[in-house]
Design a protein around this ligand. Sequence first.
Ligand code: SAM
Length: 284
Amino acid sequence: MLAYQHAYHAGNFADVHKHLALFSLTRHLLRKKSSVTYIDTHAGRGLYRLAEPETQKLKEYESGVGALWAGRQALSGRNELLDAWLAALQRLQPASMKTLSHYPGSPWWLAQALRSHDRLSLFELHPGEHGCLEGQPLPGEARRIHGDGLAGLQRVLPVATPRLCVLVDPSYERKAEYLEVAESLRFVARKVRHAVVMVWYPLLPAGRHAALLEAVRKADIRKVWRSEFEVRGLDSATHGMYGSGLLVLNPPWGLGDELESALDCLMPRFGPQARQRAGWWVAE
Ligand code: SAM
């Protein structure tokens, strides 16, 4: 199907939730010396110019990263993770511009964490998006693969490095993707027991993510932590994505607390209905 293009949504509240968590995750992994293989199964373009017509069409970034950017002085010094994340975002902006002009996607957030002995593979199936990704300047070396991310993930396991970190962030254009993601998580958990895997899912009125959560529970995959960030309440009048969800298999110790405090801090910027929920989905 491949109709989805992330440029229409770049920098929205769900990206803030996902990329803040990803940034926190890479910081935790960097505390140990042993090398990490990072795999991004659904990479997108890697870097988004907010002035692009696609991004300007919906301007979702204005109520996402834009809300944080506008309030960054007031937020400064209140949360260490948030300060570091906003500083990374600041460094990415062209020096001549005071406004937020670029927003990085997951390939960039992963590439900025790379050390010389780490590895990064980026899968993207959409030919146009893969073409853009190939031309993107990333802060570290990455293999950019044109192909199916979940099939590619199964092919490359196990990896040569002692540690593995995977981001699974599909567009969920097909209903079946929720169960395919659960199956991939089961596969990775069996093949590489210590793998850290972050899965993103949308909270939509149709509630399709429930199938993913249930399949993960039934597959008896242990040590899965969940974070959900909602910007609107869910009632009969709710249209579109009202929240963003993350599952993390084998989360590093401290990741949950760090993300929860950062979200508590930024929550007021997302309006009176914003709230978060976090905890083990399946515990050990
Ligand atoms: N991870 C990106 C980020 O955080 O910046 C956003 C990814 S976007 C939600 C999903 C991407 O997956 C789209 O670019 C889409 O073209 C791509 N895609 C769709 N089906 C795919 C597949 N089977 N394998 C790999 N990529 C796929």
